[in-house]
Design a protein around this ligand. Structure first.
Ligand code: ADP
Ligand code: MG
Length: 438
């Protein structure tokens, strides 16, 4: 195997000279030798399905060429993804659970510009010295500007430099669901242990904590425990802490204890650089005029820039259509129509209200009359009416076949409550923001 290892290293070198660094590091560097048949079949392992697919789609010809250059004969290359190991070696933590299984969300692949360099520098500082001066790090910015990317990059980096660290990444919706389940099932102790054992805790989309009392309560104690023990906390939000209205003051003040960094939409140069990097990672050549054309038309959301590049890549890969302006025009049109705001569904509203009141969605639609369930139901009815403008009859059908007059009555009660209860007003406004994203 040693000699195969040497061959593989030489083949990797061959690839390195022909690829940009980011691509080489992501796709080729991590290939491991498995077996080599004298008949000319090299089996290599890749660390996950994502990388495997890209290497298969993109880099097999280059790898074959590399082996041929090293060995002087044709070699076929086969990739395998190892099954997850049954047990972790002691002392080593499992690799962090990455958001959406994305392995490309590293510092290296994060393009800096004036809009995001402060957040980037803060994230790097925290990754270099978790539990240092910036605790918590609170990153905020609109959707699609790179918050999850930075959280993920922090995880990668810390996992690399401190493999023994217990890094816990969670999005706030999951955190809330876990708390609710734990409270119902009497397992809050296990829940606490899980989060309080973290060396680094990253909570994504923390704005969803708005209005949720038991989540705020648990988060507060988790925060205090970790902070006092010098453990690093990183939070990401789509708005600054002061704009999350139904948030207890003691929780808000903790969000602001450390360092706050915002991310703004990228300027033109940064957008072009991001398009180039995304294309590079896919192995696609995009001409300058096409990159600039896309950057001129998609300005506020990096996820959309990436979507456009992926579309161009798909046209090229599937149909052999080169990325020219006309094709970019189609891609942009598709992206813009796909990202029209999805109509907010009643289900989404009911689920968010249910999480906020700590009741079940079925209860809200059902016939229970506990005061908490009734209050949640009224709030849900009110928000459905506000957002969708549905008729009282139709709303009644959605809420367990209630008749029109019941809905009218519920609306009257909540409108009266809203006038005198500022906490309820804030809660309703946060739920609307969290379900519509605006
Ligand atoms: P958010 O969490 O703020 O909604 P994400 O972190 O999910 O946004 O970013 C959306 C997409 O845009 C991701 O695929 C991410 O890799 C990409 N992205 C965002 N910012 C950058 C950047 N500065 N450089 C490269 N890619 C970026
Ligand atoms: Mg995100």
């Amino acid at each position: 195997m040693d000699s195969f290892n040497d061959v593989l290293n030489a083949a990797k070198d061959y690839c390195r000279q022909r690829l940009v660094d980011a691509t080489y590091n992501l796709y080729i560097d991590g290939l491991e030798p498995v077996s080599f048949e004298g008949s000319g079949e090299a089996v290599l392992s890749v660390r996950n399905d994502f990388i495997c697919k890209i290497v298969n789609d993109r880099y097999l010809p280059l790898l074959c060429e590399a082996f041929k250059a090293v060995l002087g004969f044709d070699v076929s290359v086969q990739l395998v993804v190892p099954a997850a190991p049954a047990a972790q070696p002691t002392g080593q933590q499992e690799p962090p659970a990455l958001p959406n299984g994305r392995y490309d969300l590293t510092f290296e692949n994060f393009i800096k510009g004036s809009s995001n360099q402060f957040a980037y520098a803060a994230a790097q500082a925290v990754a270099a010295n978790p539990s240092g001066a910036y605790n918590p790090l609170f990153i905020y910015g609109s959707s699609g500007l790179g918050k999850t990317h930075l959280l993920s990059a922090i995880q990668f980096e810390i996992h690399k430099t401190r493999p023994e660290f217990n890094i816990v990444y969670v999005d706030c919706e999951k955190f809330t669901n876990e708390i609710i389940t734990a409270i119902r099932g009497g397992t809050t102790e296990a829940f606490r242990q899980k989060y309080r054992a973290a060396d680094v805790l990253l909570v994504d989309d923390i704005q969803f904590i708005a209005g949720k009392e038991s989540t705020q309560e648990e988060f507060f104690h988790t925060f205090n425990t970790l902070h006092a023990a010098g453990k690093q906390i990183v939070l990401a939000s789509d708005r600054p802490a002061k704009e999350i209205k139904s948030l207890e003051e003691r929780v808000r003040s903790r969000f602001e204890w450390g360092l706050t960094a915002d991310i703004q939409p990228p300027d033109f140069e940064t957008r072009v650089a991001i398009i180039r990097r995304k294309a590079e990672l896919l192995g696609l050549d995009i001409p300058d005029d096409v990159a600039e054309f896309i950057a001129n038309h998609l300005k506020n959301n990096i996820r959309q820039l990436e979507g456009a590049v992926k579309k161009l890549n798909a046209y090229y890969m599937l149909e052999g259509i080169a990325p020219v302006i006309g094709v970019a025009q189609n891609a942009i049109r598709d992206i813009l129509s796909e990202t029209q705001p999805v109509p907010v569904t009643i289900e989404k509203i009911v689920n968010e209200v249910a999480r906020t009141y700590n009741v079940s969605a079925a209860d809200i639609r059902g016939s229970k009359r506990h005061s908490n369930v009734s209050a949640a139901r009224r709030t849900a009815i009110y928000i459905v009416r506000e957002i969708t403008g549905m008729s009282m009859e139709d709303i009644g059908k959605e809420f367990g076949g209630r008749d029109h007059s019941t809905i009218v009555y519920a609306m009257r009660v909540i409108e009266r409550d809203l006038k005198k209860d500022s906490h309820l007003q804030e809660m309703v406004s946060d739920i609307i923001k969290n379900t519509t994203g605006s």
